[in-house]
Design a protein around this ligand. Structure first.
Ligand code: MV4
Length: 449
């Protein structure tokens, strides 16, 4: 087992990883920017190294500085968390070249899944259901050809995309030229490659993802699904496990398909397969090769510590259990709490005057925040995750409502009022929502003002 792990991240996830290490008897090294010298992850770690100025590109994305910090402190592994360098295959390769373990899958698997075109092919070959789609599009004529073949509406996506950037929809042939040109231009501006491809566009899907764990010896389990359909601007807002849209038979079916596919691909470590789900069918979208923000809802329902499992797997341990050993208990819901104006989503950094987190049975709060902490303006505005767990969805909703009532954050605006509002809506309570529901709800609220 590792003796010392460097945590290449900040915020709540840096804390989350530190906590797993502590409980495993592993020492921790925090890295931080000049703006984060007072951060909780720096205070709790055994050692801390300042790796650059406030800008992420100078610090949390600064590969040589992070690897130097690992070498100087004698860390034998690096956990990248989520965001930043967590899905950067070049970084993982550099880490391994220095004789340090990257806690994640292999560099090859990261490259395979980082490219949406090769990921789709690998998924299809491994038996996963996917949307009708094209190879890389060469010209507008090529795009028109594939549009006719697939059938409208279609969506054009960047091969290096993800998170919704560089995606354009065409509802009919007359819209293809503009969609193709704009998707390509956006890809060129945002990604290493401007290669784009086309898929059938699904108009009212849910976003349902499956969590997997796989060791280096071909043992694979799935940990069920998370429904992440409550989102806006490609930012998830509320996630839950299980999905209110699935019954046990559907869950077992897709879980087994995913488990077999992952085994076939030879993937190792924790991973998430994102699907769109519409009219009873699943369509593979992409695979995330990292820990995800919403992993705690899966931990609540399965009782498995996903971060500890990542560390164990990376150190060469066997999973030690199989699918039949996994039990799914009750229902869990996570609210992402951001320091933002809840109506406009404009970030609201500043000093926390007062902080009182809720507690009690079935309530978990993952956060870096403490009273008197000043939220720096340079990074993501998520400041806390509130996760509840109860025996049934209804009980979880009641628990979530009372936990949101207890939460006191003074000094900055937060999205807590938005969460209170969402979970009071009958569609949310009934589980009747798709990926467009929140944006439509907010628009409707705005229109009534
Ligand atoms: C789609 C889609 C509909 N049809 N693909 C958005 C981000 C990226 N992960 C994939 N995305 C989508 N791909 C087809 N063929 C709709 C979306 C989409 C979306 C997906 C998941 C969660 C939120 C979303 C918001 C807008 C669009």
């Amino acid at each position: 087992m590792f003796e010392k792990i460097l945590i290449a991240n900040r915020g709540e996830v840096a804390l989350r990883i530190h906590r797993a290490c502590r409980e495993m008897g592993i020492r921790t090294v925090a890295v931080h920017s000049e703006a984060d010298a007072d951060a909780m992850h720096v205070r709790l770690a055994d050692e801390a190294v300042c790796i650059g100025s406030a800008r992420s590109s100078d610090s949390y994305l600064n590969k040589p500085a992070i690897i130097s910090a690992a070498v100087i402190t004698g860390a034998d592994a690096i956990h990248p968390g989520y965001g930043f360098l967590s899905e950067n295959a070049d970084f993982a390769e550099m880490v391994e070249k220095h004789g340090i373990t990257f806690i994640g899958p292999t560099v090859e698997q990261m490259r395979l899944m980082g490219d949406k075109i090769t990921a789709r092919k690998a998924a299809k070959d491994a038996g996963l259901p996917i949307t009708e789609g094209s190879p890389a599009l060469e010209t507008v004529e090529d795009a028109l050809h594939w549009g006719k073949k697939i059938g409208y509406p279609v969506i054009i996506k960047a091969k290096d995309g993800g998170g919704g950037k560089g995606m354009k929809i065409a509802f009919e042939a007359s819209e293809v030229e503009e969609a193709y040109t704009m998707a390509k231009a956006e890809a060129k501006a945002s990604f290493p490659s401007d290669v784009v491809y086309m898929e059938k566009y699904l108009q009212h899907p849910r976003h349902i993802e499956i969590q997997v764990l796989a060791d280096k010896y071909g043992n694979v389990v799935h940990l069920g699904e998370r429904d992440c359909s409550i989102q806006r601007n490609n930012q998830k807002v509320i996630e839950e496990c299980p999905s209110p849209a699935l019954n046990q038979k559907q869950r077992d079916e897709i879980g087994e398909i995913v488990r077999k596919a992952i085994k076939k691909i030879g993937y190792c470590n924790a991973g998430t397969l994102e699907f769109l789900y519409e009219d009873g069918r699943f369509y593979f979208m992409e695979m995330n090769t990292r820990l995800q923000v919403e992993h705690p809802v899966t931990e609540a329902v399965t009782g498995i510590d996903i971060v500890k499992e990542q560390i164990r797997i990376a150190s060469g341990a066997q999973l030690g259990y199989s699918q039949k050993d996994i039990r799914f208990n009750g229902h869990s819901i996570e609210c992402r709490i951001n320091a933002e104006d809840p109506a406009t989503f404009i970030p609201c950094p500043g000093k926390i005057q007062e902080w009182h987190a809720p507690g009690g049975l079935g309530v978990r709060v993952d956060s870096e925040i403490y009273s008197g902490y000043a939220i720096p303006p340079y990074y993501d505005s998520m400041i806390a995750k509130l996760i509840v767990h109860a025996n049934t969805r209804n009980a979880a909703l009641m628990r979530l409502r009372r936990a949101l009532e207890e939460f006191v954050i003074m000094g900055v605006k937060t999205t807590i009022p938005l969460h209170r509002d969402i979970i009071a809506q009958s569609e949310y309570l009934d589980g009747q929502y798709d990926i467009h529901w929140l944006e439509n709800f907010m628009k409707m609220k705005g229109d009534h003002k």
